[in-house]
Design a protein around this ligand. Structure first.
Ligand code: ADP
Length: 262
């Protein structure tokens, strides 16, 4: 529909609009390619746990039939794999739900400090499990942004969960909120900082890609789908916000979310 509309208006406006038409078609092709890639990656990610479960069922029926210790171990692995599939499905549903409602409800405003506060409250126990404490450094004053509370909750939840999962070498996580009056417009900055292993420089631009996980022992041993930061980025784009990542090997990472105040 979009391509057709541009074609029609191009008739009266000369060559400049041909460029527009070309851009529009290539954008449509890019989106088609992204969809196809997503389906291919998603199918692959789902096949892996499924193949593992199928393999263990086979073994349980055959060689391990009369070995209670092996049976227990294999059932545990199968349970972990079903958990992995459930997480993948939840994250993929999150992404597709976001894509199906392209616009935010106009007029709604969200108190960012209150959202961050409730994320930190509810993830305190998770941090404790990893021997981490979450420190708060919250500035005073109004911290409202236009947007959707549940979506922003998901943004901060993902970032603090990641800090808990990947920041274990440190002893704390620091969550700070401040007003930012930097150009191009005033806004709110929320930073989630951990003192874990950090992210190798070449991976930093890629961690927000769908299904991207760093191929290290620590990362692979933590539960995850590689979709968390892709969801974060998607939500922030809808909110006219940004994510910036600073990380230093052996020192930790800081994920900063910028949200406009109007
Ligand atoms: P997931 O956590 O499900 O793997 P994410 O999209 O949330 O997926 O993160 C992608 C990858 O980025 C992670 O697998 C990890 O390799 C890296 N990463 C994210 N947050 C951190 C962090 N705080 N410290 C180090 N690495 C991180």
């Amino acid at each position: 529909e979009r391509v057709y509309r541009v074609t029609a208006s191009a008739v009266g406006h000369g060559s400049r609009l041909h460029v527009l038409l070309f851009k529009d078609q290539s954008e449509a092709r890019r989106i088609d390619r992204m969809r196809a890639d997503f389906i291919a990656n998603a199918s692959h990610e789902m096949r892996t746990p499924l193949a593992s479960i199928a393999g263990f069922i086979e073994t349980l029926r055959g060689p391990a039939r009369n070995d209670p210790a092996a049976r227990e171990q294999f059932l545990q692995i199968m349970q972990n794999q079903t958990g992995r599939m459930a997480r993948l499905i939840d994250d993929m549903l999150s992404l597709s739900r976001l894509e199906m409602k392209p616009y935010l409800k106009p007029g709604a405003r969200v108190d960012v400090r209150q959202v961050v506060e409730s994320v930190v409250d509810s993830l305190g126990p998770l941090a404790k499990e990893s021997d981490l404490v979450i420190e708060r450094d919250f500035a005073d004053g109004p911290m409202e942004t236009p947007g959707d509370r549940d979506e922003l909750y998901q943004v901060f939840e993902n970032l603090v969960e990641n800090a808990c999962k990947y920041g274990r070498d440190g002893d704390r996580i620091v969550v700070s909120i401040a007003r930012s009056d930097k150009a191009p417009q005033p806004g709110i900055e929320v930073t989630v900082r951990d003192f874990g292993p950090g992210i190798p420089e070449e991976h930093i631009p890629r961690v927000t890609e769908r299904f991207y996980r760093i191929d290290s022992e620590t990362v692979q041993s933590r539960k995850g789908t590689g979709l968390g930061l892709a969801i974060v980025k998607h939500i922030l784009t809808r909110h006219h916000g940004r994510l910036s990542i600073q990380s230093e090997l052996g020192k930790g990472s800081a994920f900063t979310v910028y949200l406009p105040t109007n």
